[in-house]
Ligand binder design. Structure first.
Ligand SMILES: Cc1ncc(COP(=O)(O)O)c(C=O)c1O
Length: 310
């Protein structure tokens, strides 16, 4: 029995040594640089082949057909080498991916990306900087801050303005509605949500946004405990821009009911139409009604690049 335990312990030790060794052999470091270069070359070649044969943006495969191919994948069985992994990923991903770079791709608002971004992504991933503290991230944090400052200067928001990177429009809208909610609660009743939670009369808080704005505004309202019902949908004009007369009417009604105009959310580039709400007019209405003014530029924000370099 003692002998068996020793044998088992030995086998376990060998297995964990093997795992540790194969992990070390795979680390991105000086020792493995040649293997890394070969791997990068293999990936680039595969991408080149993929673009070469690709006639249309999408194969048209249905999810249930694709699902069958995943049934036999066993993640507990590592693949032998990069080539084997690339063969598998070609079958499971590249073959039926949607290619935004294809000139015939029109379905959604996704756009092709510039190759320099891919190179930057490769570098950032290789170094894997943790940008949460200065001691871990000097240059990377300055890069981030410079891009935030550049964006703010294009938006002409003034010296007090600042910004953060987010994962996208949903997170940005959530953050904006959180700021708006907490600001208005403190403003109207001195209530501090961060400490005290929502005030009893939180149902008075209303968010105004156009009928074609992004659904993440409703989602943000739900996550923040205000519920979908707190979002007032404002009709649009014939060009799918928020109708300012309708906005004024909706605000008037809200105030007559004793409710609070918590925020007005305009959209600079709506998801389905690309329409831009009349921002200056809406800003004036927000100022007059004491509302927090938020512009969702998740889509139209890209125009800043065009205006600057276009
Ligand atoms: C105007 C607008 N806002 C918000 C979003 C949500 O962005 P994300 O998918 O990055 O969370 C989108 C996405 O299409 C959008 O078009």
């Amino acid at each position: 029995m003692v002998q068996l335990n020793v044998l088992l312990a030995d086998a376990q030790q060998q297995a964990s040594n093997h795992e540790a060794n194969s992990m070390l052999n795979s680390m991105f470091n000086k020792e493995n640089l040649d293997k890394f270069k070969i791997g990068v070359d293999q990936v680039v070649q595969l991408l080149a082949q993929t673009l070469d044969v690709q006639q249309k943006p999408f194969s048209g495969i249905f999810p249930h057909e694709l699902a069958k191919q995943f049934a036999d994948i066993d993640l507990n069985q590592p693949l032998f080498d990069i080539q084997e992994a690339l063969t598998e990923v070609t079958q499971l991903y590249l073959k039926d991916a949607v290619y935004f770079n294809n000139p015939r791709y029109l379905a959604h608002l996704n756009c092709p990306i510039v190759y320099q971004s891919i190179l930057a992504e490769l570098m950032a991933t290789a170094i894997n900087t943790a940008v949460e503290t200065w001691d871990q991230s000097g240059g990377a944090t300055f890069i981030k801050q410079s891009i935030v400052d550049w964006t703010l200067s294009k938006l002409a928001l003034g010296k007090q303005a600042d910004g953060v990177f987010t994962s996208g429009g949903t997170q940005s809208n959530l953050m904006a509605m959180l700021l708006a909610r907490d600001f208005q609660c403190q403003q109207h009743t001195g209530h501090i949500n961060k400490q005290q939670g929502l005030p009893q009369d939180f149902k008075r808080l209303k968010i105004f946004t156009s009928q074609v704005s992004h659904f993440s505004i409703q989602k943000a309202a739900a996550i923040l405990g205000l519920g979908y019902d707190s979002v007032v949908s404002v009709p649009c004009d014939e060009y799918f821009r928020m109708d300012v007369n309708a906005l004024n009417q909706a605000i008037e009604q809200c105030q007559q009911q004793g409710d609070i105009v918590m925020a007005i959310v305009a959209t600079a580039g709506t998801t389905d139409f690309g329409s831009i709400d009349p921002l200056a007019q809406i800003a004036a209405i927000a100022k007059q009604s004491g509302a927090w003014f938020h512009v969702d530029a998740a889509y139209g924000g890209g125009l800043l690049i065009n205006l600057s370099f276009g």
